[in-house]
Design a protein around this ligand. Structure first.
Ligand SMILES: Nc1ncnc2c1ncn2[C@@H]1O[C@H](COP(=O)(O)OP(=O)(O)OP(=O)(O)O)[C@@H](O)[C@H]1O
Ligand code: SF4
Ligand SMILES: [Mg+2]
Length: 331
């Protein structure tokens, strides 16, 4: 029997409608929209670290927000542990929000500067106190415990976020996410705002917490070297679609998709940590007017006329990984 994936994303599409200009209104044309995600399919297994990588604007954060139930998809569906995320009752929404938590890229923007750390970490505990069976004493004890787990002194609770460095603030953000004992964390570029020397400490903290609590991570990053050492499987995204998905080692060592290969070529040394995202030559297409066929055809050295007219479906290669390309690279 196959285990139910903890996150199951099926055919997810997201369009952000643009306000129509006067000319379009007068012409009565179709409303314009940014096509942020198109028919995205993937599932995350319980206990694994599943990475999403791709250039800026390819839809990673939009996908994360849809998985978290923060915004609805325009089409398709997301299930968490077999249960659809959309249309949950109030009680089920509360339960779902306890089971999955998010950590954002910027620890300066994501912590309220006017709140003491104890209140920041304690707030989700207060919201979920009934589910966790916590009284006021228990709540304070849990704040102290989770701060300690995240490498912070419990006296941190009395201070304000601006009194801490970027790395310590990200520890506070992780403590806030872990306080309610979730099963899954969505980590949206959790270390890319930090100095390279601090990144490893935060990654070690996340690894240790995963080991202790059996957590599942959906990990968004542009840093392929970090993905290689931290994730189990990776989905490479281009222009709102997944173009390649499989175990980290095989995808990054022997890419089948031309975009993955381009990303890897753009990283001078995959073993070196970099704050700069890898950039492939050529420009991203216009998300309001996506090109026909494979969206990468405008930048792909192997593009043919078929690529310009037919969208390549995500299909299983002989080695089991999924690739969306009419003329994949062979390893
Ligand atoms: N609220 C919004 N309204 C309109 N367009 C949006 C909105 N949010 C995202 N977009 C657009 O959707 C596309 C995907 O954006 P998204 O933020 O998901 O990309 P990303 O992969 O997370 O990029 P980055 O690596 O820069 O964080 C982009 O074209 C972006 O401009
Ligand atoms: S489908 Fe065509 S354009 Fe797209 S990556 Fe493959 S070869 Fe290149
Ligand atoms: Mg983003």
């Amino acid at each position: 029997m196959t285990a139910v994936p903890i996150i199951d994303v099926r055919g997810v599409t997201k369009r952000f409608p643009l306000r129509r200009g006067v000319v379009e209104r007068l012409r009565g044309g179709r409303p314009l929209a940014v096509h942020a995600l198109r028919e995205v399919d993937f599932s995350v297994r319980r206990g694994e670290t599943f990475a999403l990588v791709g250039e800026s604007g390819c839809g990673k954060s939009t996908l994360a927000r849809i998985v978290m139930g923060l915004i609805p998809p325009s089409g398709g569906s997301v299930a968490f542990d077999g249960q659809p995320v959309e249309g949950l009752s109030r009680a089920d929404t509360l339960r779902f929000r306890r089971r999955i938590q998010m950590v954002f890229q910027n620890p300066f923007g994501s912590l309220n500067p006017r709140m003491r750390v104890g209140r920041i970490v304690g707030e989700p505990l207060h919201v979920h106190r009934a589910g966790l069976g916590l009284g006021p004493g228990g709540l304070r004890a849990r704040v102290a415990e989770v701060l300690r787990d995240c490498g912070l002194d419990p006296t941190t609770a009395e201070r304000f976020p601006h009194q801490f460095s970027g790395g310590q603030r990200q520890r506070i953000a992780i403590a806030r996410a872990l306080a309610v004992e979730p099963e899954c964390l969505v980590l949206d570029e959790p270390v890319s705002a930090l100095d390279v020397s601090i990144q490893a400490q935060i990654v070690n903290l996340l690894t240790e917490q995963q080991r202790q609590h059996g957590l599942t991570y959906l990990f968004i990053s542009h840093d392929l070297s970090l993905v290689r050492c931290f994730a189990d499987r990776v989905a490479v995204m281009y222009f709102g679609r997944i173009c390649e998905l499989g175990p980290v080692g095989s995808v990054l060592d022997r890419p089948h998709h031309h975009y993955t290969s381009g990303l890897l070529r753009a990283v001078p040394d995959i073993k070196a940590r970099s704050k700069r995202p890898a950039v492939v030559g050529g420009e991203l297409p216009n998300p309001v007017h996506p090109p026909a066929g494979c969206a990468f055809h405008t930048r792909c050295p192997a593009a043919t006329s078929r690529c310009r007219s037919e969208v390549p479906p995500l299909t299983a290669a002989p080695d089991g990984r999924l690739v969306a390309c009419h003329h994949p690279l062979r390893s």
